[in-house]
Design a protein. Structure first.
Length: 253
C-alpha cells in the first residue's frame, strides 16, 4: 500500500469519526434545553383557555402536543405557539379536534356558502374552490390568483365548527403577464355580454375564470344551458387563449 493510499484511508476514517461525533452531539445539545422548552410551552398553553385540554412533552428539542381542542384552528394555533418557543427544534401535532360532530353533507353546505364570498369583487372572479368532506376531514381544491383568497378560504374552513382536519390542494397561479391579459380579456368578453352581465352583479355566483399558461377553464353555475354555451363562445373568442374548458354547471334549483 502506498503512502498516498494510506493517507486517504486515514482521512476518510477521521471524517467518518467526526461525522458520527457531530450527529451524536446534536441530539445531546438539543436535549439540554428540553426542560426549558417544556416549561415555556406549558406556560404558554396554560395562559390560553382554548388550550386547557392540551398537553405537551419534549424530547431532543421536539415538542409533542396531545389532547383536544374545540376548533381545528386552535390545533394550528397550538403548533404555532410551540414552534415559536426558543430552542424548540420541531413540533409533532397530535392534538385531536373534539368539537361538535356535524354531518358531512351539512358541513360541506355550510362551507360552500361561506366560501362563495371569499374576496368578493375583482379577485373573486379569478379564484375557484371545490370542497369534499368525509368524516369531518375537509379537502379543498382549486386555484387562486394571488394566494390571498386561498389563505382566507383556509382560515374560514379552520374556524368552522365540525372540521376535524384540512387537506389543502389549492394551487396559486404562476405570475404571468400573459395570463393576466387573458384573464382581463375573458372577463370583459363574458361580463359585457348582454346575456351574461347578470352574473357580474351577484358576488356569490360569479363565472370563475381560471387561466394557467394560456389555458382557460370556466367554473361556477349558470341558470341555463344557453348561458353556459354563450360563456364558452365568448371565452373561445379571446385572443391568445390556447384552449377553453367549459366546466360551468347548470343550476337545477
Amino acid at each position: 500500500m502506498t503512502g498516498r493510499s494510506l493517507k486517504r484511508i486515514l482521512g476518510a476514517a477521521a471524517a467518518l469519526t467526526l461525522l458520527s461525533a457531530t450527529l451524536m452531539a446534536e441530539p445531546a445539545t438539543a436535549a439540554r434545553y428540553d426542560g426549558q422548552v417544556q416549561a415555556a410551552v406549558t406556560q404558554k398553553l396554560v395562559a390560553k383557555s382554548k388550550f386547557r385540554n392540551v398537553q405537551s412533552s419534549v424530547e431532543d428539542g421536539i415538542v409533542t402536543l396531545t389532547g383536544t381542542v374545540d376548533l381545528y384552528q386552535h390545533k394550528l394555533d397550538a403548533a404555532k405557539l410551540a414552534r415559536k418557543t426558543a430552542n424548540a427544534q420541531g413540533v409533532r401535532n397530535q392534538i385531536e379536534v373534539a368539537g361538535p360532530n356535524v354531518a358531512d353533507a351539512q358541513l360541506e353546505q355550510k362551507l360552500a356558502t361561506k366560501l362563495r364570498f371569499v374576496r368578493v369583487g375583482y379577485d373573486n372572479t379569478f379564484d375557484y374552490f371545490a370542497l369534499d368532506v368525509k368524516d369531518g376531514v375537509v379537502t379543498v381544491e382549486g386555484q387562486d390568483r394571488t394566494g390571498l383568497g386561498r389563505d382566507e378560504a383556509l382560515a374560514d374552513i379552520a374556524n368552522m365548527p365540525g372540521v376535524k382536519d384540512v387537506v389543502d390542494r389549492v394551487s396559486v397561479a404562476p405570475v404571468s403577464p400573459f395570463d393576466d391579459g387573458i384573464r382581463l380579456q375573458a372577463m370583459r368578453a363574458i361580463y359585457r355580454d348582454s346575456v351574461l352581465s347578470k352574473y357580474a352583479t351577484d358576488p356569490a355566483h360569479p363565472i370563475r375564470i381560471i387561466v394557467a399558461n394560456g389555458h382557460v377553464t370556466l367554473y361556477g353555475s349558470v341558470e341555463n344551458t344557453m348561458d353556459k354555451n354563450i360563456a364558452g363562445l365568448r371565452a373561445n373568442g379571446v385572443f391568445g387563449a390556447f384552449s377553453v374548458d367549459n366546466k360551468l354547471v347548470v343550476d337545477k334549483s
